[in-house]
Design a protein around this ligand. Structure first.
Ligand code: ADP
Ligand code: ZN
Length: 206
């Protein structure tokens, strides 16, 4: 089963992608995680992407598309995958059609005010990438690995607003592009509640 997780930054798509990945035994491919990994390891891609990401803009398509195309060639993707953060514009979506056939697109629907509120409390583990929120977790270290939590440069309010604008302008048109494949999930109080109808829907896809 080949899936795309679509939703605004901070909608909780990463969290949902992880739940899906676990239940359906699919590799979770997050382009944001791949870029952050490259930045941490100071690779050539990391160097090119850092400033762009800190501004909340999109990394150039040629770089991003190549990364995903190569990743999908790996062995663990042969029975399916869940893409999280890709595609993010029409160019990427059209390129993806040349190397993968998508079964379903999960759209996570969360109002902008809710997103801004959540993002300002978001903290990320610098070692394993796990995400926390200061509203529900008040420690400064990761519960999974003990790593230090930090606020991503692009989670600061100004950049969040810019990312939401980029989403509206570039990513939201994909809802139309994928209209026959979309399953809409409404953001609920907890990730588990939001995920429930998605799980049922996906269990019906062969
Ligand atoms: P979020 O979904 O919370 O915005 P991500 O971790 O998915 O965060 O992405 C962080 C940043 O990485 C994006 O704002 C963008 O700069 C870059 N990025 C991730 N995926 C893509 C993509 N498919 N195309 C271009 N840039 C991307
Ligand atoms: Zn951690």
């Amino acid at each position: 089963m080949n899936l795309i997780m679509l939703g605004a930054p901070g909608s909780g798509k990463g969290t949902m992608a992880k739940l899906i990945a676990k239940d359906f035994a699919l590799p979770h491919i997050s382009t944001g995680d791949i870029f952050r990994e490259n930045i941490k390891n100071q690779t050539e891609i990391g160097k090119q992407a850092k400033a762009i990401i800190d501004r909340g803009e999109l990394v150039p398509d040629e770089i991003t598309i190549k990364i995903v195309e190569n990743r999908l060639k790996e062995d663990d993707c042969k029975d399916g995958f869940i893409l999280d953060g890709f595609p993010r514009n029409l160019t990427q979506a059209k390129a993806l059609e040349n190397f993968a056939k998508i079964d379903r697109v999960i759209l996570l629907d969360v109002p902008n005010e809710e997103i801004e509120r959540r993002m300002s409390g978001r903290r990320t583990c610098k070692d394993c990438g796990e995400i926390y929120n200061t509203e529900t977790y008040d420690k400064t270290t990761c519960a999974k690995c003990g790593g230090e939590l930090y606020q991503r440069e692009d989670d600061k309010l100004e950049t969040v607003r810019n990312r939401l604008e980029v989403y509206e302008r570039q990513t939201a048109p994909l809802i139309n592009f994928y209209q026959d494949k979309i399953f809409r999930a409404e953001g609920k109080d907890t990730p588990q509640e939001t995920y429930e109808p998605v799980k049922i829907e996906l269990s019906l896809v062969k």
